[in-house]
Design a protein around this ligand. Structure first.
Ligand code: CA
Length: 229
C-alpha cells in the first residue's frame, strides 16, 4: 500500500537498487543501507513497516542484525539468502524472521511476500477492542473467527469466513479476483480465479439470500465489493 516504509539492508548495490526501484514503483517509501551495523541502527530508529534483510553483510551479519532487532522491535523482516545458505533460512525463521527469499528471485514473488507480511502484521496489531467489525447487522468477531447477522451465527467454512472478513476489512472498495485470491488463498495458490466466484456464491447464499440483503456486489469488469446499504 502506498506510503508504507520499507528498509532494505543489502550490500549488493545492484540488487538493493533494483528492489528499491520496484518498491518505489509500487508506491512504497524506501530507504536502503549497505552495511549491517548501520542497517540495524536505521531499523531501530526509522519507524519502518517492513525490513528486507540480506544475510551476508559487512560489519554485522544479517542473523545478528535480526537477533538484536528482535530484542526490542517486531517489525516484519523478510530475509534474503543465497542458494547455498539453506541453514540460514532455518536459523532466520527461528530467529524471528517472517519470511525468506532465495537469491536469485522473481521480483513479483518478493512483492507478494511483502504484501502478505504487511497484511499479517496489520492484523496482529489490531487492538483487542477493535477485533469486531460491524457492518450494519453483519458482525464479524475476529477473535472468535465467527460472523453474525442480526445476532444469528452464520455457519461458514474457514475459507468463507476468510473471504467475508477480507471483503469486510475492505468494505466499499472494489476488489479484483486476483487481489482476493492473493489475500484469501495466499500467494502460493496457483488455481483458477473462478474459485473466487464460487465462494462469493456460497457467501451470498448464506447471507444475502437468507437475510434478504444486498451486501456483496458484483463490480462489472473488476470483481466484487462489500457495501452496507
Ligand atoms: Ca550480501
Amino acid at each position: 500500500m502506498a506510503g508504507e516504509r520499507i528498509l532494505i539492508i543489502e550490500d549488493e548495490i545492484k540488487i538493493a537498487r533494483f528492489i528499491e526501484l520496484e518498491l518505489k514503483y509500487e508506491g512504497y517509501e524506501v530507504e536502503k543501507v549497505y552495511d549491517g551495523r548501520l542497517g540495524l541502527e536505521s531499523a531501530l530508529k526509522g519507524n519502518f513497516n517492513l525490513i528486507i534483510l540480506d544475510i551476508m553483510l559487512p560489519s554485522l551479519n544479517g542473523m545478528e542484525v535480526l537477533r538484536r532487532l528482535r530484542q526490542t522491535c517486531q517489525t516484519p523482516v523478510i530475509i534474503l539468502t543465497a542458494k547455498d545458505e539453506v541453514t540460514d533460512k532455518v536459523n532466520g525463521l527461528d530467529g524471528g524472521a517472517d519470511d525468506y527469499m532465495t537469491k536469485p528471485f522473481a521480483i513479483e514473488e518478493l512483492l507478494a511476500r511483502i504484501r502478505l507480511a504487511l497484511k499479517k502484521s496489520k492484523i496482529s496489531s489490531i487492538p483487542e477492542n477493535e477485533d469486531i467489525i460491524y457492518i450494519n447487522k453483519l458482525i464479524i468477531d475476529l477473535n472468535k473467527h465467527s460472523a453474525f447477522y442480526n445476532d444469528e451465527a452464520i455457519d461458514l467454512t474457514k475459507k468463507e469466513y476468510d473471504l467475508l472478513t477480507y471483503l469486510a476489512e475492505n468494505k466499499n472498495i472494489a476488489l479484483t479476483r486476483e487481489k482476493i485470491l492473493e489475500n484469501v488463498w495466499g500467494f502460493d495458490y496457483y488455481g483458477d480465479t473462478n474459485v473466487v466466484d464460487v465462494y462469493i456464491r456460497y457467501l451470498r447464499s448464506k447471507i444475502d439470500d437468507i437475510y434478504n440483503v444486498k451486501l456483496i456486489h458484483t463490480v462489472r469488469g473488476v470483481g466484487y465489493l462489500l457495501k452496507n446499504e
